[in-house]
Write a protein that binds this ligand. Structure first.
Ligand code: XLS
Ligand code: CA
Ligand code: CA
Length: 435
C-alpha cells in the first residue's frame, strides 16, 4: 500500500519544470567542488515533525490529514514506519532522525515503552536493510513526560534522574542496533523556571555527570556514535543552560567533554538566541566542534521556535559557505527539523515542503561554491587585515611584542590612516552570487 499514490519518485527536472513534485535545483549527481550534491548535503528527514505533527496550535485543533490512523497506538506506529520510508524513498533522502517517543507509544510503564521501541526499531531495521537508508541520529525525549517537568539531567529529583539515564541507555542501544552516526542531547528542560529555588552549579554538574556516564556506556558496549549537544536559549525552559554555541562550548570545556562531544546547531535556535545561524556555525568552527545541523528557519516577526522549512537563499548560502569551509559536515548532516504550516495540511505537503527545503539548500550550496571558488570572503578578509602583514603586524603575530615595545612604537606613530570597509558595496556584490 502506498501513502502517496499520486506522487512518483521525485527527480531533478531543472529550473523550468512545472511539475511541483520535481527538484528544480537539487540535482543529486551534479558535481560541485569535486563532490556530488548528495554527498555535500547529507539531507535527513525528522520523524517528529513529519510523522507526529497534527497541525494543532494553542488556539486550534488538529487539522492535518494523515492516512496512518489505526485502532491502536502500536498499529499507528507501524503504519508510520511504512509511510516514513516511502517519504525517504520518494525524496531520495538517505538519512533520518528520531526521538524515542516519536517512533513508539510510551504505554503505561518504562518497560512497556522499551518493548514498543524494540518492536518498532526491528521494523525500522528491516526497512533500512531493504532500502539502504541510514540513521543520522536518534535522541531520547526527556522533556515531554510530566516527570521531566523540572528537567532530566538537571532535575531536583534523583528518581527522575534515573529514568533519564534509562532512556539514554536505551537510546545508545538503539544507536548501536541501527548503526547511528550521531547521538543527540537536546535539553529542552535542562534550565530553570526561577533562580530563586535553583542551584545552577549543582544542576550543571549533574548534566555533565549524565554525559560522562553516556560516554562510558557507549565505550562499554563497543559502539560510540559522535555525541552532539544541541543549544537553544529558551522554550520550553525560561532559561536553558545550553543557551547558544559559545555557552555550550564553555560547558563542554569546563567538564572536559571536548573529545567526545560536538554541536548540533539549529537555525531557528540561533535566531532565538539573538544570533544569525552563520554566527553559531562560525563559533562552532572556531572550536572545531561543528557536528551537524538542524535546517529550518524562524520568523523574526513572531519570535518563537516556528521551525519553518528553510526557503531563504541568503541564509542557506551563508550556511553552506560555513559547511564548505568546515570541509563538509560528515558524519553529521542537514536534518530538516521543520514542520509544515497549519495551512499546509495535506499529506502531499510533507513532500512539497521537503522539496522546497532541499532546493533552497541546493541553491545555497551552488552560491556558496561560487563564493569559495572566487575567494570572495578570503580576499575581502585578506584586504581588511592586511596591516598585519606589515613588519609591525608580523611581529605582533609572532608574539615578539610586549606592552612596552608596542607603547614605544605607538608614541612615534600615533597618526593612523583608517580605511573604509565599503560594506554596502560588499553586500551588493554578494547579491550577485545568490541568483
Ligand atoms: C526543539 C529541538 C528538538 C531537538 C531534538 O526545539 O529542536 O527537536 O532537535 O530533541
Ligand atoms: Ca532541533
Ligand atoms: Ca526547534
Amino acid at each position: 500500500m502506498s501513502f502517496f499514490p499520486n506522487v512518483k519518485q521525485v527527480q531533478y527536472e531543472g529550473v523550468n519544470s512545472k511539475n511541483k513534485y520535481a527538484f528544480r535545483h537539487y540535482n543529486p549527481d551534479e558535481i560541485i567542488l569535486g563532490k556530488t550534491m548528495k554527498a555535500h548535503l547529507r539531507f535527513a528527514v525528522a520523524y517528529w515533525h513529519t510523522m507526529t505533527q497534527d497541525g494543532s496550535d494553542p488556539f486550534g485543533d488538529a487539522i492535518n490529514i494523515r492516512d496512518w490512523q489505526a485502532d491502536s497506538p502500536m498499529e499507528v506506529a507501524k503504519k508510520r514506519v511504512d509511510a516514513f520510508f516511502e517519504i525517504l524513498e520518494k525524496l531520495d533522502v538517505d538519512y533520518f532522525c528520531f526521538h524515542d517517543v516519536d517512533i513508539a507509544p510510551q504505554g503505561d510503564s518504562l518497560e512497556e515503552f522499551f518493548q514498543n521501541v524494540d518492536t518498532i526499531t526491528d521494523l525500522i531495521k528491516e526497512k533500512m536493510d531493504q532500502t539502504g537508508k541510514k540513521l543520522l541520529w536518534n535522541t531520547a525525549n526527556m522533556f515531554s513526560h510530566p516527570h521531566f517537568t523540572n528537567g532530566a539531567g538537571s532535575t531536583n529529583n534523583a528518581e527522575v534522574y534515573a529514568i533519564a539515564a534509562a532512556q539514554v541507555k536505551k537510546g545508545i542501544d538503539i544507536s548501536k542496533k541501527l548503526n547511528g552516526a550521531n547521538y543527540v542531547f537536546w535539553g529542552g528542560r535542562e534550565g530553570y523556571e526561577s533562580l530563586l529555588n535553583t542551584d545552577m552549579k549543582f544542576e550543571q554538574e549533574n548534566i555533565a555527570r549524565l554525559f560522562k556516564m553516556s560516554v562510558a556506556y557507549a565505550e562499554k558496549i563497543g559502539y560510540k556514535p559522535q555525541f552532539l549537544i544541541e543549544p537553544k536559549p529558551k522554550e520550553p525552559s525560561k532559561h536553558q543552560y545550553d543557551f547558544d554555541a559559545a555557552t555550550t562550548m564553555a560547558f563542554i570545556q569546563k567538564y572536559h567533554l571536548e573529545n567526545d562531544f560536538k554541536l548540533n546547531l539549529e537555525a531557528n535556535h540561533a535566531t532565538l538566541a539573538g544570533h544569525t545561524f552563520e554566527h553559531e556555525l562560525n563559533v562552532a568552527r572556531v572550536y572545531e566542534a561543528l557536528g551537524s545541523i538542524d535546517a529550518n528557519q524562524g520568523d523574526l516577526l513572531l519570535g518563537w521556535d516556528t521551525d519553518e522549512f528553510p526557503t531563504n537563499i541568503y541564509d542557506t548560502t551563508l550556511t553552506m559557505y560555513e559547511l564548505l569551509e568546515n570541509g563538509g559536515i560528515a558524519p553529521g548532516g542537514i536534518n530538516f527539523d521543520a514542520k509544515v504550516r497549519r495551512s499546509s495540511f495535506e499529506m502531499e505537503d510533507l513532500l512539497l515542503a521537503h522539496i522546497a527545503g532541499m532546493d533552497t539548500y541546493a541553491r545555497g550550496l551552488k552560491a556558496a561554491a561560487r563564493l569559495k571558488s572566487d575567494g570572495f570572503f578570503n580576499q575581502l578578509k585578506a584586504e581588511r587585515y592586511q596591516s598585519f602583514k606589515s613588519d609591525l603586524g608580523k611581529s605582533i603575530l609572532a608574539d615578539k611584542e610586549s606592552l612596552d615595545s608596542l607603547a614605544e612604537y605607538a608614541m612615534k606613530h600615533d597618526t593612523v590612516n583608517l580605511e573604509s570597509g565599503h560594506l554596502e558595496y560588499v553586500k551588493s556584490l554578494l547579491n550577485d552570487y545568490l541568483v
